[in-house]
Design a protein around this ligand. Structure first.
Ligand code: AMP
Ligand code: GLY
Length: 313
């Protein structure tokens, strides 16, 4: 197969080496790629937001299978467009990518299907959000609803910090992503990243990992998107993995299918393992960065076959 990998991060670097190692891979092209990826793939300068350009590249290079790395093109519907053009693609539709693209969508889905997650309120009005924050008190968590490149979350340890975060969201710091704000109960426990492959109907556990979130030595800095990772996460025992599959992953995949937005791709659950069991912090609809860098080193299987099976059913 001629494979096109979309993305340019460390995650795509790790995916590129795993894709290239597959006997099913004839030729690997990455767009736009990066200098590390260039050791495994031919890099083509292109903006993944330009869907016409991606389709044109697929035609020019006789691409059989596209693997989309980052969330932004998925939320923007690149997988829908490629599939509509007859190009097999790994990655969810825009409708299914709402699991990452809208925190409010995911919270409502959890509430409706009894999926364990932090208690929350959704607000498009600043005064109402502030009133909710005051009535619950700190610690409390403030989130811009949409995609904010890992920067839209404030874990506020004081009321002042929480109110400042609400003000920041409504001041437009995160653009359209912050027009709606989710305010959440502060969860206490051990975090883990959990990855499952789904084909729209079935989900299979892939692996767990944990990333290092806070900047600076001794975890004294602000939250980041993750600056390093290890796998597996020790809290994710076999029994905990089965609980997460039963209580969180399978109900989500079933709910998405039931609403006509079947999830095909990798479902990445950010979890808090609390005293009362696993709770969903958030979903991502793609592999983690930097988690993928450790997952691909552990993978003892053909990545192309796995991703193609998730896409094909
Ligand atoms: P997110 O961008 O949603 O992954 O959030 C970034 C980080 O904020 C998470 O990895 C957690 O460390 C923390 N966080 C998010 N939501 C909560 C919550 N409800 N309680 C405690 N910590 C949270
Ligand atoms: N490392 C967290 C993420 O990829 O969202």
């Amino acid at each position: 197969m001629n494979i096109l990998l979309i993305g340019s991060g460390g995650r795509e670097h790790a995916l590129a080496f795993a894709l290239k190692a597959s006997p099913l891979c004839t030729r690997l092209i990455a767009a736009p790629g990066n200098p590390g990826i260039a050791e495994a793939a031919t890099c083509v300068a292109l903006d993944p937001a330009d869907q016409d350009a991606v389709v044109a590249l697929c035609r020019a290079e006789a691409i059989d299978f596209v693997v989309i790395g980052p969330e932004a093109p998925l939320v923007a519907g690149l997988a829908d467009r490629l599939e509509a053009e007859g190009i097999a693609t790994f990655g969810p539709s825009a409708a299914a990518a709402r699991l990452e693209g809208s925190k409010g969508f995911t919270k409502d889905l959890c509430a409706r299907y009894g999926i364990p997650t932090a208690a929350y309120g959704r607000f498009s009005d600043r005064a109402a959000a502030e009133a909710y924050v005051r009535s619950h008190g700190a610690p409390i968590v403030i989130k811009a609803d949409g995609l904010a490149a890992g920067k839209g979350v404030t874990v506020a340890m004081t009321l002042d910090e929480a109110l400042a975060a609400v003000a920041e969201c409504f001041a437009g710091t995160f653009g359209a992503a912050g027009a709606e704000v989710v305010v959440e109960e502060f969860l206490v426990g051990e975090e883990a990243s959990f990855f499952a492959l789904a084909d729209g109907g079935f989900a299979l556990p892939l692996a767990s990992a944990q990333d290092h979130k806070r900047a600076f030595d001794g975890d004294r800095g602000p939250n980041t998107g993750g600056m390093g990772a290890y796998s597996p996460a020790p809290v994710m025992t076999e029994a905990m993995t089965e609980r997460v599959m039963a209580e969180i992953i399978r109900p989500t995949v079933a709910a998405m299918a039931a609403m006509g937005a079947p999830f095909r791709g990798v479902l990445f659950a950010g979890l808090m393992i609390t005293e009362s069991g696993p709770k969903l912090i958030e979903y991502n609809v793609r592999f983690g960065d930097p988690e993928t860098q450790v997952l691909m080193l552990r993978l003892d299987a053909d990545l192309v076959a796995l991703l193609k099976a998730a896409r094909d059913g």
